[in-house]
Design a protein around this ligand. Sequence first.
Ligand code: ADP
Ligand code: ASP
Ligand code: MG
Length: 402
Amino acid sequence: MLKKVLKFGGTSVGSIDRIQHVANIIKKEHDSGNQIITIVSAMSGKTNELVKLSQEINKDFDKRELDVLLSSGEQVTCALLAGALISKNLKARSWMNWQIPILTEGEHSNSRIININTTKINNYIKNGVAIIPGFQGISRDGDITTIGRGGSDATAVALAKLLDADRCEIYTDVDGVFSTDPNKIPVAKKIDKISFDEMLELSSLGAKVMQSSAVQTAMMYDIPLEVRSTFTDRKGTKIFHQENLDYTKSVTGVAYSKDDAKITLLGVEDKPGVAANIFEPLHKAQINVDMVIQNISSDQKKTDITFTIKRNDLLKTKEILKNNKKISYKGFTQNEKVAKVSIVGAGMVSTPGVTYKMFKALADEKINILAISTSEIKLSVIIDEDNTLNAVKKLHTIFDLD
Ligand code: ADP
Ligand code: ASP
Ligand code: MG
């Protein structure tokens, strides 16, 4: 008998037929003698629909009320799935975040799970299936919170840890983690095994198949994950610590995101302390600056500084720059139509020339690089958004991933 945490994403529970199909998967697992805890997302598209409704009232809708609204999507799927299992003569029940409770801390829309009381769940799974809503919790003050988009993955990993589960399986709409998004680049290949480090880079650089904070928690507590399809029986992708992996390729995957923006401050004084004065108020406002480039000026007195931020921080960043009395500059330019394309691979550490190969490939496609950032196992570039898929395809091919 195994204790299994099974998480089903939005597409997997996107219609009544699909919920029935998920109920059959759970029934099969339960009938084989396993203890089952199921985490569900809202039906696909539901959370976006709720966000849109809130914005029709106010673009800057109250954050507390937004969490109350968004958490309702998962409540619907929990009850439908529990009902489907009961109709198949299984003992099943759902609980909402506050009934368990799933305790979180941090700000609304972006809270973190800090504890889940497992007593009720552990008692129930002795002979029944427990169904838990992903993506949400309750604060110490008793307010409903949500833990960031895609957060049901994080709920599953947190529960797997706290319940000391034998397995944590993430059921989704693709066969596993691929070398890049298989829905955009059909020649992408499924990866059988991947390290936590690589998965963390891929997911934080745009591969939304796993939410990055879920991967981080799994890595921290060494909880092996399996990503697999709800709709086929094919083997999925196993994610675990890397010492067990053998790297035959320098690059494991290519990821991209279109949520960055680039700002260039023109004619900034070129003297010590200026960069600190620019970035200090951004840091205080919790704006995350990703890449920074400083050009050396010809007269050594003035310079231009380029940096990237998340696109939804652009307005706030411009306000802060305008109100910053500690710096002087001629003006700034902004570019929102940029994308970040990244190659990720633990094999990069031992392969020379990866950087050159990437830059040469982009140059051959006449794609201009606007900013660069690197870590031991990843290399990211900012390029014009229009070139995204072209760049991803080219990199996928030259690093032998097709
Ligand atoms: P769920 O609703 O099951 O959580 P998501 O939509 O969050 O599913 O994540 C699955 C999607 O992630 C896939 O449909 C695919 O388009 C996208 N994706 C992006 N990059 C990758 C990748 N490297 N491997 C697999 N899927 C990816
Ligand atoms: N329903 C939430 C979202 O769409 C959480 C999730 O699906 O994981 O972001
Ligand atoms: Mg997801």
